[in-house]
Design a protein around this ligand. Sequence first.
Ligand code: ADP
Ligand code: GLC
Length: 477
Amino acid sequence: MKKILFASSEVHPLIKTGGLADVAGSLPRALAELGQDIRIVLPNYQSLKKTEDVRFISTVTVNHIDSNILETQLPGSNVIVWLVDCPALFNTPGNPYVDESGNPWDNIADRFSLFCRVIVEIAMDRGHLNWRPDVVHCNDWQTGLVPALLSLESNAPSSLFTIHNMAYQGMFPATTFNNLNLPLQLWHHDGLEFHEMLSFIKGGLSYANRITTVSPTYALEIQTPEFGYGLEGLLGHKHKVLSGIINGMDLDQWNPETDTAISEPYSFKTLANKMINKTSLQARSSLPVNKSVPLFGLISRLVEQKGIDLLIDCLTEMVDMPLQLVLLGSGDKSVERKLLDFARLYPKKVSVTIGYDEALAHQIEAGVDAFLMPSRFEPCGLNQMYSQRYGTIPIVRETGGLADTIEDALPKSLSNNTATGVSFKEVSSGALLEAIKRTMLLYHDKKTWKKIQIAAMEKDFSWQNSAKQYLALYQEI
Ligand code: ADP
Ligand code: GLC
């Protein structure tokens, strides 16, 4: 049995802004089910969903700042969660990265460097918790300083760093390095310095014993200039300790047979019931209730990564086609505005909800026929897996985890019943529109459509296999 300290800046259902939370809320559970002793560590944000059973267990002092360690459990499991409670830094409204108006926290480096230092204290068993991990599993730049700081300790546990997204690196001016009082030994090209700036992610990439990312294809892509954001050289150099492990999904939370957020449960045996979810979604979205028109959906952070601009460029043509669209997301204000404009101009075709709404996300997955993910890059992506489980056909750009989890509907895959979606290669609105048209043709061939739906619903996206791959890495290091 391994003792694993799992560090993440978000964990579903306690706090979530994106897929990292889904992973941090489900991978530890899968590892616990494999008999491992795993504990999660997370900042105690003001907006954290309150759980009933939270108790104070110790106080840790770093850099003259006291943090209380509060213990609770991951809802619906026995996994222990340690909350780093430092009110001066985390007791503010807003989400982990931005304030209520959407502006990045101006003290974000202080926040996550404190978080990292407390993790190191816990990892070195100096947090009075009487527990010493064998491995610290860090996720994304917010935990990047942990492997770096552990490298300066003797008898430190091993560390594994998982990249969920290379586009977010935690870069700050060099003066921040001094302000944070970080050990001088870490300031060099093979350390935390990146073009004379402080890079949190480099702490993970340079010092962790192992590096993983969330799909095999993305593990290769980030070793190229297009996806590596200047760190492709370092990642190429580390290729022997870098690997891609595809994310699994939470099969309990995203289960069309038991989902309480949707109008009517269904399975591949009762697929006709999916129609009830479609008509209720149309009604709820003030679209004409029409069983036969193909209904397309999208749920996303509205950022460049997700290729929403490609979709916006297609919308003028799409509104002339016999289809409907339900979109849910938030992010870039100009993208939000453009989408809302389309919804206002074409209320019978396009419904747009700006915001974050988990229940609606489930209703969209259950209610739409096809799900759009035209991402420029996608380290893994989770919605294309949720879609498949809900018999909703994903339309994806062939990149990262999207390439690894979708079997394009081509003559061969259709004939051997392995097709589960539609994919396109080129980053262009033309290629996306082509894929949408191809999907419409498939949709109107009822027998083929059902075949794709069933193949998608029967696919195994459980954590079991991937959790075993992480465990093998923990054992190796
Ligand atoms: P990323 O982490 O890059 O945002 P993923 O596909 O890995 O992309 O995960 C996104 C997660 O966030 C999914 O669970 C998705 O359903 C959820 N999500 C994104 N935007 C919203 C929203 N506006 N409302 C509800 N859920 C959302
Ligand atoms: C990141 C990526 C996304 C991935 C998620 C969880 O947010 O953008 O592709 O699914 O992390 O690993």
